[in-house]
Write a protein that binds this ligand. Structure first.
Ligand SMILES: Cc1ncc(COP(=O)(O)O)c(C=O)c1O
Length: 427
């Protein structure tokens, strides 16, 4: 029985073992009662520049000393500069609303998507489409956008307002659908629901929490075309993929598309301050303004000047140190190393890109094997490297500024863990 006055749970709602992290430096953390470990999952996919980055510490301290808070009804120099920078990184003509977390950013995006159609005289367009293995948050309306049933804890599992369509991966066979199959499935769903009822489609460029689902090339382009054809607002959730983790500022940029709404969180401050943002195509914003649709969305701590200052500094570091390019180089190294594991009988698949990778485990009969993933994750931690395990997959997404030595060490710890567990299971 825990002596703590707080609780932590895993994705399935199981109580988690009490791992107490006492301090961190770079990608390394000290764990009470255990040896230090490299956080190959960037904390919770957010710590893009590691712990205690000296420039972030300095920027945070200076920002606190300059302006410790600014009401969401006012502007601060930091919030103005950050929204201008986001506009530049996104390709221009985006208007930003700050939020607090990925979940709340997605709720804001949903609300804007619905208000948009009301403004344009189509109030019946309210249905939100999202993918069956997606994750967009687990509070408020965001839990209904999320595709995993386990997160829809507040009921309404079959709400006609939230419809989950197939992701790019067949959940039973693990095969990636072709673009033609995806198009057919989506056209079918849209026709059954009625395009005149659908407000928006939410998509993660990589379904990271869903097991690192990497769609086929051309996927976002296809979704863009379908959304244009059926007047559906395309919301791209870049909460995990944003700010360099894919090898470009935003993963959607790899397909050369322009989303209608982009949501961001986690890495925006390199995980050092709670801040999120929703950037909306200015044409949508202008429509809403022209039709006098109120856009007031007040969250006391949203757009906090300290968070905005840290975000500006984090973006400056990623830009200055060429970390997007470095991620692309690292991606090839990581892929090459993991490919060596493919002959292991426990490995079903290696997939990912940028700094987002998955090793999926299976039994001899090819069935997915959550217990093997759990064992490998435990072994990784014993080998000095923290990875995340769920649904038969271990996920690996290290900080963007991982050094060559750290990258080698991380890969060695993971490869050895897979070999150790595979060997153990074969005996
Ligand atoms: C793609 C995606 N969107 C949204 C969220 C929710 O973000 P938060 O936990 O900050 O509410 C997450 C969190 O993991 C995420 O991965």
């Amino acid at each position: 029985m825990s002596a703590l006055s707080q609780w932590i749970e895993d994705f399935e709602g199981n109580e988690m073992p009490e791992t107490i992290i006492t301090s961190g430096k770079g990608g390394w953390v000290n764990i009470q009662g255990s040896k230090p470990a490299y956080e190959a999952v960037s904390g919770h996919s957010c710590l893009n520049l590691g712990h205690a980055h000296p420039e972030l510490v300095k920027s945070m301290t200076e920002a606190m000393e300059t302006l410790s808070y600014c009401s969401p009804e006012h502007l601060s120099p930091a919030s103005i500069a950050l929204s201008a920078k986001l506009d530049e990184l996104l390709g221009g003509d985006f208007m930003t609303k700050y939020s607090l977390s990925g979940s709340s950013a997605n709720e804001t995006a949903l609300s804007i998507a619905r208000r948009r159609w009301r403004a344009l005289g189509k109030p019946e367009k309210t249905v939100c489409l999202s993918l069956d293995r997606s994750y967009h948050g687990n509070l408020g309306q965001a839990q209904f956008v999320t595709g995993f049933e386990a997160f829809r804890v507040e009921g309404r599992p079959d709400s006609p307002e939230f419809i989950h369509v197939s992701s790019a991966r067949n959940a039973d066979t693990g095969a990636t659908y072709t673009l033609d199959e995806i198009e057919q499935q989506l056209e079918q769903s849209i026709s059954t629901i009625g395009a005149d009822k659908i407000a928006c489609l939410f998509v993660e460029p990589i379904g990271f929490a869903g097991g690192v689902i990497v769609p086929p090339k051309g996927y976002l382009k296809l979704l863009r075309t379908l959304c244009d054809k059926h007047e559906i607002t395309l919301v791209v959730d870049e909460v995990i993929t944003g700010f360099g983790r894919s090898g470009t500022w935003f993963a959607f940029q790899q397909e050369g598309i322009r989303p209608d709404i982009v949501t961001m969180g986690k890495g925006i401050t390199a995980g050092c301050f709670p801040l999120a943002a929703v950037s909306v195509d200015k044409a949508i914003y202008d429509d809403l303004r022209a039709h006098k649709v109120p856009l007031k969305m007040v969250i006391t701590m949203a757009g906090h000047p300290v968070g905005c200052s840290i975000a500006l500094k984090a973006i400056e570091i990623v830009e200055r140190d060429g970390l997007c390019q470095q991620v692309t180089v690292n991606s090839q190294l990581i892929h090459a190393k993991f490919e060596q594991l493919i002959h292991q009988p426990t490995i079903f698949e290696v997939r990912g890109f940028g700094h987002m990778w998955a090793l999926e485990f299976c039994e001899y009969n090819g069935h997915t094997a959550p217990h093997i993933a759990e064992k490998v994750a435990q072994q990784c931690q014993e080998n000095g490297c923290i990875v995340a395990a769920a649904d038969g997959v271990i996920r690996i997404n290290p900080p963007l500024n991982i050094s060559v030595e750290e990258c080698d060490g991380m890969l060695l710890a993971i490869v050895e863990a897979v070999e150790q567990i595979s060997h153990e299971l074969l005996i």
